[in-house]
Design a protein around this ligand. Structure first.
Ligand SMILES: [Zn+2]
Ligand SMILES: [Zn+2]
Length: 203
């Protein structure tokens, strides 16, 4: 398959690599139909994330179609359209049970550790990707949702909602300031349906 291959800081190439295969019974293989470039990928390419080793396939967001499932995956089947969570989580460890999916402890000798796609394992800027803990890391899409809409749920909108709205304890009628309204700041506004945006504090 073709994939975006990270060759070290400042080096990337769209190149031929081996197709991913099922490694654990909880895995699924997904054909990527839509993916994105995240600001995190740009940090990786600048060399700001040294945990990402040369040879890694980048990307952690995507929408795709299931092409294979491991032996213990019962809730997904070939042909399912899914949105891929940027966070991998087993769904049953102590941290997952507390709803802290990004701090998943994992099992089966594989680390959960939240964001691992395009970081510690190969990612979604490729024709296919292996998804660990597929039942808890993939979400089936209803027919009316387009790929372009769904991919916003892979990382950016939930990140903005969790960090900007939930963790910020933002409630209806609150007046808040968003410092640095980049993609996450704009997504936080979108997530709460801000009716009026004062783009300049002096307006
Ligand atoms: Zn992202
Ligand atoms: Zn877990």
């Amino acid at each position: 398959m073709k994939a975006l291959f990270y060759g070290g800081p400042g080096e990337k190439s769209w190149t031929d690599v081996s197709d991913p295969v099922i490694l654990h019974p909880t895995d699924a293989i997904v054909r990527i139909d839509t993916t994105t470039i995240c600001g995190t990928d740009l940090h990786i390419l600048k060399g700001d994330v040294p945990a990402v080793q040369a040879g890694r396939i980048l990307g952690h967001e995507g929408v795709g179609t299931v092409t294979d499932v491991g032996s213990s995956v019962g809730s997904l089947r070939r042909g399912d359209r899914v949105v891929i969570s940027c966070i991998k989580s087993c769904g049953h460890c102590g941290n997952c049970r507390k709803g802290m999916f990004s701090h998943c402890l994992g099992d089966e000798g594989q680390s959960g550790t939240g964001w691992i796609f395009g970081h510690l394992i190969d990612g979604t800027q490729a024709e296919f990707v292996r998804v660990p803990y597929a039942e808890n890391s993939l979400h089936k899409l209803p027919p009316g949702v387009t790929d372009d809409e769904a991919v916003m749920l892979s990382d950016i909108l939930p990140t903005a909602f969790e960090i900007g709205v939930q963790a910020g304890h933002v409630a209806p009628e609150d007046v808040v300031g968003i410092v640095g309204a980049g993609s996450i700041g704009l997504a936080a506004m979108e997530a709460v349906g801000v009716p009026e945006i004062c783009r300049n504090p002096h307006d």
